[in-house]
Design a protein. Structure first.
Length: 456
């Protein structure tokens, strides 16, 4: 923009004095920032100065966008149940109600009967112990915190034996060696990437290099082929023989037996890990458990008590909303049938292709009525994923609805769906927009139909 155009730009005070500004009801500070950004963009760009009315509309659009929440509710049509970018586990209705109830004043650390200070996690810990038969339980704000707490409390200054095949990295560049260094523990690598035996652990224990045993479930990848790993029971036996505590990081964590959800046998569960005699286990609350973000710690009372007494516990403890949602979710687990029905993650994981196909056919019929000749639609079989660093390699048979637009590209239709209210996030496959019925929740079909109708 040349100097003559720059002189034609209105002054800030005149822009903010426009009647449209006052009628918008938006805060003056937000409008001031939007106007400043719009003027800066015009000064830097090559285009002409817009009319005053258009300039005001652009400023208002910026201001409205700035006031919108970044945590926009979306329709997940990807088939990825624990979609990390979409917030992982959707909460059960009871958990949402519990969070709302705890939003104001609540008896977080107050004993109403005794009129004295209470324990903020007592009820959640009691439920966890009841459901898993663990001696003790504790809750941190996520599983990374649970791992850090466990190592700091139990293995600070000690050598910790860990298989080279389990030196995991999860999202956000969280690497097990790095978190171990932060805890004050010393990593002792054993075995190889693809094969680690009990004898590899025994060697470093007998040499005095390691005084603590750690096993990490490779929940976000799978090593296949010429492989071997020391089982949890082998590590527990070794730990008992040599007096070395054993920590098992399950990662995703599962409370129900895998067969009740139609998952492969061998998928580790919390109860199974406790029964194996593990001193301490930890896992995420917002993965296969289907609750809020939290780090769950379970195990022997002495180990849990040591974690709870560590100074980091206060820095990494969960807030009242998290505890309310977690307690409500765990209460649903007291009846497995209720949990499978009411906890969205469990309902999605256990849904069969036979159950999903009629829903896909019904949605396709409705979309055909709306689209007419604008799209070619089909119902196909496919596979969903658990996602979220859980159940690597497990494919869940599902039913898909695909849309192939005739007068525009699939990428353009996909972008339009993501711009709808609420946004619909689908998959792009082979030049088609694909919607997986597994992750569509009750009422989502209406939102999908509305988004498609508005996008064509």
């Amino acid at each position: 923009m040349d100097s003559s155009d720059l002189r034609r730009l209105p002054r800030m005070d005149r822009l903010l004095a426009q009647p449209a500004r006052a009628d918008s009801g938006l805060p003056r500070s937000i409008l001031h920032q939007a106007a400043d950004e719009e003027l800066s963009a015009l000064r830097a760009g090559p285009g002409p100065v817009p009319e005053s009315s258009e300039l005001i509309r652009s400023i208002l659009r910026r201001a409205v966008s700035a006031c919108k929440s970044s945590l926009t509710p979306v329709v997940n049509a990807t088939g990825i149940v624990l979609h990390t970018n979409l917030g992982r586990a959707p909460l059960a209705g009871a958990a949402v109600e519990a969070m709302t109830g705890a939003a104001g004043y609540c008896a977080l650390e107050y004993d109403l009967e005794g009129r004295r200070r209470g324990d903020r996690t007592a009820r959640v810990e009691a439920l966890l112990c009841q459901l898993t038969r663990a001696e003790g339980a504790a809750v941190a704000n996520n599983n990374a915190a649970a791992v850090l707490l466990s190592l700091a409390a139990l293995a600070g200054g000690k050598g910790v034996a860990l298989s080279r095949g389990e030196l995991v990295e999860i999202g956000g560049s969280f690497r097990m060696p790095d978190i171990m260094a932060q805890s004050g523990a010393h990593l002792v690598e054993v075995g190889t990437t693809n094969r680690t035996r009990q004898s590899d652990y025994r060697a470093v224990v007998e040499s005095g290099e390691a005084q603590f045993l750690l096993k990490v479930h490779t929940s976000n990848y799978k090593v296949v082929g010429f492989t071997q790993e020391a089982s949890l029971s082998e590590l527990v036996g070794l730990g008992r023989a040599y007096g070395c505590p054993v920590l098992y990081d399950l990662g995703a964590g599962l409370l129900l037996p895998p067969r009740q959800l139609g998952l492969p046998e061998g998928t580790p569960s919390a109860s199974e890990s406790i029964r194996a005699g593990t001193d301490l286990i930890c896992f995420s609350g917002d993965k296969l458990l289907g609750g809020p973000q939290a780090g769950i710690l379970l195990g022997r009372k002495w180990a849990v008590d040591a974690v709870k007494a560590h100074p980091l516990m206060r820095a990494l403890r969960p807030d009242k909303a998290t505890l309310a949602a977690l307690e409500a979710t765990l209460q649903l687990y007291q009846d497995p049938d209720t949990a499978r029905r009411e906890v969205p993650v469990l309902a999605m994981l256990s849904a069969t292709q036979t159950e999903l196909r009629p829903r896909a056919q019904a949605l396709a019929r409705r979309l055909e009525e709306l689209c007419g000749d604008a799209c070619a639609l089909s119902v196909e079989d496919g596979f969903s994923e658990a996602g979220g660093g859980a159940l690597p390699g497990v494919k869940l048979p599902t039913a898909l609805v695909t849309l192939s637009p005739r007068d525009r590209t699939a990428e353009e239709l996909d972008a339009a769906l993501r711009s709808s209210v609420p946004p619909v996030v689908a998959l792009l496959r082979r030049g088609r927009v694909t919607m997986d019925m597994r992750t569509l929740r009750p009422g989502d079909e209406e939102a999908v139909c509305h988004a498609v109708e508005q996008s064509l």
